[in-house]
Design a protein around this ligand. Sequence first.
Ligand code: G
Ligand code: G
Ligand code: MN
Ligand code: NA
Length: 254
Amino acid sequence: LQLENMLHNAIAGEQLVLYYQPQVNADTGQINAVEALVRWEHPEYGIISPGDFIPIAEESGLITEIDEWVLRTACWQNVQWQRKRYEPVKVSVNISTQQFMQKNLPNKIADVLADTQMDPTLLEIEITETMVMQDTDLSARQVERIRHMGVKVAIDDFGTGYSSFQYLKHFPADTLKIDRVFVKDVDTNDNSRSIMKSIINLGHELNMRVIAEGVETQQQLLQLRHRSIDDIQGFLFHKPMPAAHNWEKLFRKP
Ligand code: G
Ligand code: G
Ligand code: MN
Ligand code: NA
């Protein structure tokens, strides 16, 4: 409960910040997108990771406020970057189960897009297959409504939930993000390599962009490239960085 109060103050007191981690083209290293990752900069305790406070926020219902703030801030930042005439990159935003299941989510997204004057095609919403499996019909309708606005949808942490290929039939998602458990030993484990190859092919057959998460070594990169991965997100290229970072050096000018 004390944490809950602290978190409430964090939202009100502007202690939440967004970091951005680039997703780069696996062949050229060029930035295609950034994933927005929230951090809590506590005045006494320092930086608190979302893994530690998102579960509390979900229990208390504060997650709705946080997710909305994240969405709005990420869109606002993207528009600022566009105004500096950087090469357009997508911004990818994580969404909690609670938020995803709310019927008015598409309306909320539409409001934020209108308020910030964000280009819908530069926004991507990340959902997990665990979320989808809770209610596949509602999920499919939500995804359809979100994509109808031009907003992209990514399936995050792919391969770690109770995966079912069944739902993919109804899910015209744009992006498949392969979880880092498969990336971790892709250079040393034959099974991981086979699974990786199958997931990449599956994504491509379903016309999705396929990203590997958590790429840390050159060997992993080579294996992924060899299997025609599209994009890479991981410490090998870039760590998550605050908006105050010198992005000008990273983004190309058209
Ligand atoms: O950045 P880090 O590895 O600490 O993130 C840990 C987890 O928190 C990840 O699973 C990530 O998806 C989640 N997360 C990060 N930012 C957000 C956010 O803005 N909203 C939600 N709902 N989850 C987030
Ligand atoms: O669950 P989700 O994919 O949203 O989580 C993204 C998290 O993964 C971020 O918090 C980010 O810090 C973390 N991450 C990104 N790249 C790497 C990496 O190369 N190695 C590890 N261990 N974690 C990473
Ligand atoms: Mn994510
Ligand atoms: Na993930």
